[in-house]
Write a protein that binds this ligand. Structure first.
Ligand SMILES: [Zn+2]
Length: 473
């Protein structure tokens, strides 16, 4: 019996060594074939927001050096990629980071200060006096940190801003790791930022130069509105924007009152006036556009201008309804924005997508007017295109930077899932965003911001509100 066992063992040793060697060599060959990447994300769904709006089931995204290198079925990803870090999103949809194409970040400190009144009363009686009294570098620093923290927690990875101290806005965005197009504000009247239009322009160009080599921060000219900026600075903006190859964002045709006043003053509707100055071009981001005639929609389409639709701000201020469906049908690129925290009163692009979709159906009298996948495009790739950033962000594609948002769907509120895109627009809330990456950096991890101190931001913002409340009462 003993002898038999020993023999069996010896035979076993003799047979297994070559087998192990074969397995080891085969494993090494397998490892040699594996490509090394920084990050591999395995998801239940990947919604890349590319042509034909695919929903990719059980796919993975490979990220290296901040960029997406591959999107492929998870079974293939496991065979082809070895990652430093792997994330399991088996109950999630991975979507492109959302792009808020119009906001005034620092105004989050005025959230809830004055509600339920018309635009001009809101501006003239409340916002402009409060800004004259309170806005300074520290205000913009805290207000922008508050806004950026809210935007990141809502899945926004890029925002187009218009406010005073754009240098501070850019620095806060850089520190937070969020992409920003910082608006170089221009307005005829003096503020704490600049004394006259030329000074706004000079300071704006200096801000542009200071961020020239920043990977996350770009700039645009941001003349406030046709009724607050005269022809001479608008003409300068046209030529500087052309020379510097940066966009121009302006509030335009926000209310019927704006049009009536402009016609009385100049005999021209504001869009016509901007066109006569040469500003209606592919560089133009026309924000609001609630008052549009069919010839104007045609002009926007043929000129390649972009419209930024801010449905919740327009509804709250009863400004009017942007004819989104007609604009899209004409071929105009329409992006989405929240506007500032004082006129919305949140910076929630999920809410904005839903409102845009519902409102467009109501305005057009047609439930097919703005399908969910179009609302998602407006909040992602259309925003990137308007800002000239569609080569970098706005969709999930190999070669683009890894601006990726994970949305968790295994909640009561989003069960069951027949179509994840439907849920993104019609069912889920921003609190279902679990993780956010920008240029491959993990800026929100399981709902905790990694670059900003949320408690500190809340305390600083509360201190500002106490000051504003005490001195204004
Ligand atoms: Zn605005």
């Amino acid at each position: 019996m003993k002898i038999m066992l020993k023999t069996a063992k010896q035979q076993c040793n003799c047979d297994i060594q070559p087998m192990l060697e074969v397995a080891r060599r085969s494993h090494n060959r397998y490892l040699a074939r594996m490509k090394n990447v920084d990050t591999l994300m395995h998801a239940r769904w990947v919604i890349p927001v590319t042509a034909d709006n695919p929903r990719l089931h059980h796919h993975s995204i490979a990220v290296h050096d901040g960029s997406i290198v591959d999107i492929l079925p998870t079974a293939d990803a496991l065979q082809q990629y070895a990652a430093q870090a792997t994330f399991d999103y088996s109950a999630h949809a991975l979507i492109p980071g959302l792009i808020n194409a119009h906001t005034h970040a620092a105004m989050s400190l005025f959230r809830g200060l004055a509600d339920d009144i018309a635009l001009m009363d809101w501006l003239q009686k409340h916002i402009w006096p409060a800004e004259a009294k309170w806005v300074n570098e520290e205000f913009v620093q805290t207000g922008t940190e508050l806004a950026v923290a809210e935007m990141l927690r809502s899945g926004t990875t890029c925002f187009n801003d218009m406010y005073f101290f754009p240098d501070v806005t850019g620095r806060v965005a850089h520190k937070a790791g969020i992409r920003a197009c910082v608006g170089l504000i221009v307005i005829d009247f003096p503020t704490v930022w600049a004394g006259n239009a030329d000074e706004y322009l000079d300071k704006g160009i200096a801000v542009h130069d200071s961020f020239r080599n920043d990977d996350l921060i770009t700039t645009c000219f941001a003349p406030h509105a046709p009724y607050t900026v005269s022809d001479a600075p608008l003409e300068k903006i046209r030529s500087y924007s052309h020379e510097m190859d940066i966009p121009v964002t302006i509030h335009l045709h926000e209310t019927a009152h704006e049009i009536d006043e402009a016609v009385q003053k100049s005999g021209m509707r504001p869009l016509q006036r901007l066109n006569s100055i040469g500003l209606v071009s592919p560089a133009l981001l026309a924000v609001h556009m609630t008052q549009l005639e069919s010839a104007e929609i045609e002009l926007l389409a043929t000129s390649g201008s972009h419209v930024v639709h801010c449905p919740e701000s327009n509804l709250k201020l009863a400004s009017g309804f942007c004819p989104v469906s007609a604009l899209l049908d004409a071929g105009v690129n329409v992006a989405l924005g929240t506007d500032g925290g004082a006129s919305n009163n949140d910076l929630d692009m999920f809410g904005e997508m839903r409102t845009a979709a519902l409102l467009a159906k109501g305005v057009a009298g047609n439930p097919e007017a703005l399908p969910a996948e179009v609302a998602l495009r407006m909040a992602t790739i259309n925003g990137a295109r308007a800002l000239g950033l569609d080569g970098k962000t706005g969709s999930l594609e190999a070669g683009k930077e890894a601006d990726i948002v994970a949305v968790k769907f295994d909640t009561i509120e989003t069960t069951p899932v027949y179509d994840p895109v439907s849920h993104l627009v019609y069912s889920c809330g921003r609190e279902q965003v679990s993780d956010v990456w920008i240029a491959g950096r993990h800026v929100m991890k399981n709902r905790v911001l990694t670059q900003l101190d949320e408690t500190d931001i809340r305390l600083q913002a509360q201190a500002w509100s106490r000051k504003i409340e005490t001195e204004d009462n």
